[in-house]
Design a protein around this ligand. Structure first.
Ligand code: G6Q
Length: 547
């Protein structure tokens, strides 16, 4: 909970508005949403918002108008609008790395100049986009031929983290737009089983590899890329053939050249694109290959529409801001520790995984942007899966467990497979769950609806908050809007928590330690340089490995 002891009033969660929210919280915490709905026939109209093709219903939250007013004041105290403008303007808001944060420039479809170090980045953004479009068209049309003169059939994206999760999620989501011949594969894991099993299914004559790595030094990606290169050369023999089968997406031209990829087959991006915000850049090459340039541009258009909404709408009617404030309300006042993401859409099944990285790597921090240890909760644990499967697995705990778990329910109104009856059942479940979470079931209702004894385990407290996000249809455009919505939600929460959401030192430490440990696994002598646990495990592995 927020504390005002030793507080810094510049920080939103130490401000008088936060104290006012704390007082207000005491008046709201025990109010049941049933009462709020009973008292206000217009609650849906009051607490829902449409932007473009996305409807957000946030009326099933434990809020009143006063709650939202105070939360908006919290956003004002944090200067969300000022930081937002600084981000869009290319200021170096990633202070620990001295970088601008400009994934919005990658989808700046209105092409207004965006300046970094006195240079407009838009011409370079557009140039790479154009090169990607030309290359993708060659591969898609069948004009780009492999070393034996056959068109490409399989494309393997080798990347990890931000260079994998976004393109993979979007590829799944846009299945209906996919090219009929090209099949994408995503190799991320350093577990040899992943790359080996995948390559066994592929034909080197018709396979194209995209080595996707911002730094081009990530151990997992480079190890898998070298393995793939070796596998390819076993069949193709001539190094000159690599040019037809390996392309790179990176910011590191030197390392790409050292790997043996022609810089002409490299698609660049910039240090102001964070890994987990990079699917809009050349990292999205696998998406363009799969769904074509037109659909990729529609994805960018959708994200740009959300950027425009986020930049221009007043805070109280701003979808990312509202989602962010609700998250802060539950994290910092109700003490909720996690946030469920529940897509009722088979094609969005990887969205929770994608958002896990986007959110938890951005806001999973306990030192603020001024270097101070925070005394309040920051980023929540993000988890979830497709809602309909979750209903038959973990929803029990959300309904009747002891924890408060706010949940985002996501569905599209139109469904593409022509299976309307299936979709109606899906929609009915979507609605039933949000209603059940909100209403619960009283003892009296159990008695009057013929629930058999014992009654008490069948009583549901209800009052569990949820947001419902309805997309008119899952298209490249609405998907772009949806992803950008969450990106900006994460941004707003980072500002309220006074975090730098754009570095990831927690990721770096593990990378460094693994490099140190790797040679120790094959060391002659017993390893003694770590703590007893790590030494014990290393030595256990050494002994068994050497057998
Ligand atoms: C994302 C993170 C991390 C990164 C991977 C891959 O924001 O920084 O997930 O994307 O570690 O890094 P490379 O693209 O440099 O290989």
């Amino acid at each position: 909970m927020p504390s005002t002891v030793g507080s810094n009033p510049q920080i939103a969660l130490h401000s008088p508005v936060c104290d006012a929210l704390q007082v207000h919280f005491q008046t709201v915490r025990d109010v049941h949403m049933r009462e709020l709905f009973a008292a206000d026939a217009l609650r849906f109209e009051r607490f829902s918002l449409q932007t473009g093709d996305i409807l957000l219903d946030y009326s099933k939250n434990r809020i009143t108008e006063e709650t939202m007013q105070l939360l908006v004041q919290l956003a004002e105290v944090a200067d969300v609008a000022g930081w937002r403008n600084r981000m869009f303007a290319g200021e170096k808001i990633n202070n620990t790395e001295g970088r601008a944060v400009l994934h919005t420039a990658l989808r700046n479809r209105s092409n207004t100049p965006v300046m970094v170090d006195d240079e407009d980045v838009m011409p370079a953004v557009n140039k790479v986009l154009e090169r990607i479009g030309v290359f993708a068209e060659q591969v898609r049309s069948g004009a780009w031929l492999g070393f034996t003169g056959k068109p490409i059939v399989d494309v393997v994206n080798i990347g990890i983290g931000g260079s994998d999760l976004g393109p993979h999620m979007v590829y799944q989501a846009l299945k209906v737009c996919r090219h009929p011949r090209l099949k994408m594969h995503f190799i991320s894991n350093i577990d040899g089983a992943h790359v080996k099993e995948k390559l066994e299914t592929l034909d080197p004559e018709t396979t194209l590899f995209i080595v996707a790595s911002k730094t081009f030094t990530t151990q997992e990606t480079m190890t898998n890329a070298h393995y793939a290169r070796g596998w390819f050369l076993q069949h193709a023999h001539e190094k000159a053939h690599i040019a037809r089968h390996f392309v790179a997406v990176s910011t590191n031209e030197e390392a790409v050249t050292d790997f043996g990829i022609d810089p002409g087959n490299m698609f660049g991006f910039w240090d102001w694109v964070g890994g987990r915000y990079s699917l809009w850049s050349a990292i999205g090459l696998s998406i363009v290959l799969a769904v074509g340039e037109k659909n990729f541009l529609a994805l960018l258009d959708g994200a740009h529409a959300m950027d425009t909404h986020f930049r221009d709408a007043p805070l109280a009617q701003n979808m990312p801001v509202i989602l962010a404030l609700l998250g802060v309300w539950y994290s910092n006042f109700f003490g909720a520790e996690s946030q469920a993401v529940l897509p009722y859409d088979h094609y969005l099944r990887s969205l929770p995984l994608y958002l896990q990285q986007a959110d938890m790597e951005s806001n999973g921090k306990s030192v603020d942007r001024d270097g101070q240890v925070v005394d309040y909760s920051t980023g929540p644990i993000i988890w979830g899966t497709t809602g309909i499967n979750g209903q038959h697995a973990f929803y029990q705990l959300i309904h009747q467990g002891t924890r408060l778990i706010p949940a985002d329910f996501i569905i599209s109104v139109t469904e593409p497979s022509g299976m309307q009856e299936h979709h109606d059942i899906l929609m009915a479940n979507f609605l039933a769950q949000t209603e059940a979470l909100m209403r619960g079931r009283t003892q009296q209702e159990c008695l009057t609806t013929g629930v058999t004894p014992p009654i008490s385990p069948k009583v549901f407290a209800g009052n569990h908050p949820s947001n419902a996000l309805l997309l008119n249809e899952l298209t490249p455009y609405t998907l772009g809007m949806l992803i950008a919505l969450y990106e900006h939600k994460i941004f707003v929460q980072g500002i309220i928590w006074n975090l730098n959401s754009y570095d990831q030192w927690g990721v770096e430490l593990g990378k460094q330690l693994a490099k140190r440990i790797q040679p120790e696994l094959v060391a002659e002598d017993s390893v003694k340089t770590h703590d007893a646990s790590t030494n014990g495990l290393i030595n256990h592995y050494r002994q068994l490995r050497n057998k």
